[in-house]
Design a protein around this ligand. Sequence first.
Ligand SMILES: NC(=O)c1ccc[n+]([C@@H]2O[C@H](COP(=O)([O-])OP(=O)(O)OC[C@H]3O[C@@H](n4cnc5c(N)ncnc54)[C@H](O)[C@@H]3O)[C@@H](O)[C@H]2O)c1
Length: 387
Amino acid sequence: MKIKNIGIIGAGTMGSGIAQVASTAGCTVKLFDLDQEALDKAKAGLEKIMSRLVEKGRIDSEEKNRIEGNISYVNSLKELANSDMTIEAIVENLEIKKKVFQELEGYVSDACIIASNTSSLSIASIASSLEKPERCVGIHFFNPAPLMKLVEVIPAIQTSAAVLKISEETIRSWKKVVAVAKDTPGFIVNRVARPFYGEALRIYEEGIADFATIDHAMKTVGGFRMGPFELMDFIGNDVNYTVTETVFEAFYYDPRYKPAFTQKRFAEAGYLGRKSGRGYYNYAEGAVKPEPLKDGNLLESIKDRIIIMLINEAADTLFLNIASAEDIDNAMTKGVNYPKGLLAWADEKGIDWCVTEMDNLYDLYHEDRYRCSPLLRSMKKEHKNFF
Ligand SMILES: NC(=O)c1ccc[n+]([C@@H]2O[C@H](COP(=O)([O-])OP(=O)(O)OC[C@H]3O[C@@H](n4cnc5c(N)ncnc54)[C@H](O)[C@@H]3O)[C@@H](O)[C@H]2O)c1
């Protein structure tokens, strides 16, 4: 089955980005939003991006016209009737999504795939709103959709094998890297990435180092493009805190995902990050960025502690069959630009090292948060590597 006609529901940040990806790949796209302003903004935004690409010589004006011409902006859901696949990117609210899906199913053909771009809701719960839940799948893009290579594809327990296969093929034909994930909280990226923020906050709370030093450690010895505090300021402390809290609740309060008071207080104070002019850092004009401590041993130990917690989470994600080792590593390098896949990193550091680091943390704290993944432990015994 060739997927050619794409319906996109919601013309906000994600919906408009996904529309650009699909139209660039040659699909005919109908972008729907209830809000005419959102549609106008999406259209103007796309034209601006296309003009910039022409200026930079990345595409010619013929290509610009083709991409723009592939998208029509509609304010009635009925207009999506001839879609082969629809991707929903509206507000993150289960009841509203369910209502929209039910209405949509009344218009589209039986063969139409109905996908959601949700970050935190279960695909099973969204699919349950449909008469044919087997046609529902999670197709999770990263922001900004046109630039980020990764797309997580998430089959619900109801999803048919054919729908999963066509969805994967379609997204690959849009030149994206697909990682297939089980329908579990945070899927791959939003789960495995939690310690990048959480352990950094914990290190700060214990008084081991300040924001600038922790960021410096992750950027210099860790090789990350941004430090955790810079990244939280970029994402927004309100948004990042909510994701952490949602994942924590969804995992039945597993202490591994426990949110940090520090971030909660920053969010409560309105210190949201770049968008509010102040977060962990001050973004006011002329503000001086604090200098990190440049103590090599301290930087190494901060980096190792955050990395081992990330590796442990990636290992457990594999242990619990959420995704394959390749997909877990691709997800972190292509979805959030990590310098290396975490499982490849574990191989490089040595599985013995990983287990020892986790056990040292557990010995010190006796907190469940620091339990070593059983997979790392059995791999150590069997002298195995991930790759
Ligand atoms: N922003 C991100 O970084 C990101 C990344 C991945 C996934 N997501 C997910 O994508 C979805 C959309 O997020 P976003 O950031 O693009 O939101 P957004 O607020 O930028 O856009 C949502 C759009 O949906 C429209 N909308 C709301 N209710 C609607 C309805 N009933 N019918 C039609 N249109 C409706 C709004 O008018 C708005 O234009 C959410 O499920 C979110 O969890 C977001």
